[in-house]
Design a protein around this ligand. Sequence first.
Ligand code: SF4
Length: 342
Amino acid sequence: MTARWQKILQRSIRTHEECEKYFGSSFAKTNYPLLIPLSLAEKIKHQGLDSPLAHQFLPQSAENLTQGLIDPIGDHQYSPAPQIVHRYQSRALLFPTTTCPVICRYCFRKNELYQPDSLFLPKENETLDYLLAHPEIEELILSGGDPLMLNDKKLEQLLSKISKIKHIRFLRFHTRFISIIPERINNRFLGVLNRYQKFFSRMIIVIHSNHISEWGPASLKKIARLNKIGIELRLQSVLLPNVNDTTEALLNLYRLMIHHRVTPYYLHHPDHAKGTSHFQLSIEEGRKIFAPLRAQLPGWALPRYTVDIPGGHGKVDAFNPESYSFAGKLLNQHGEFVEYSS
Ligand code: SF4
């Protein structure tokens, strides 16, 4: 049976022509796929084509510029098995899908998802064998693509296999669904989470959202339901020009989230992905936007402002309490200096 969230997803804008027709406006043709659920398109239309929502999901000609990296954070370099990225000793990413409920124009994996030779393509046995053979992996992060694109049956099958790997004690989901298609958080899905929570010390859902305008009562209700069954909720956002590049925009989002018991976790400096040059800003600008948050949020609600150093060097803190200016070097996860130009 097709679930309601799947029906909502079926009714999406997927072509340039559909997009122009729906919004009654012309858009640049880009080299990247398009996916906007009609329920989201309605919101974008209502909020306007220059709104933070529109800038996140509508195509722009700058996507065709060639500067930037195909694999900005070095996923391929750290992929020892299909669907796996193992960059940090104690945690690994598992990509069970290559698709998402929406295609974000700023996506850092926009050149990797949807490719025929993608490292995200499923070869489940090899993937699970790798996890079994690596007892140092304590935390598994289901990311992608969006892991909640799996239907509940497939998700349950996956969780059943992961739950048998005893050294995986922490399970994290990264998802864009909750503000985009809240219907995904249905009784069946909550039932699956409930059944598998007991196999992990902590089960965490990291919600991806960048602006308060993404949120409505239906999405907030789903947060309440996840809270009720004891799932730990965190927020990750990308700092994006024309979307949330002011302290006030971030504060509005964070205040809403902490009020609903979602703790801000990461504020990502945008990665240097090819096709996202219009979403870049300097580290100096980012630091100036981030700094006032320290006085205006409770300490426990302050996210980590981080930058992922190209080449697979990993995530490091981008905020520097000593200066707004940036010397062009960052310390990677191994304590080595790496050149970085923002
Ligand atoms: S949800 Fe994440 S992985 Fe999917 S398109 Fe958006 S940024 Fe990319």
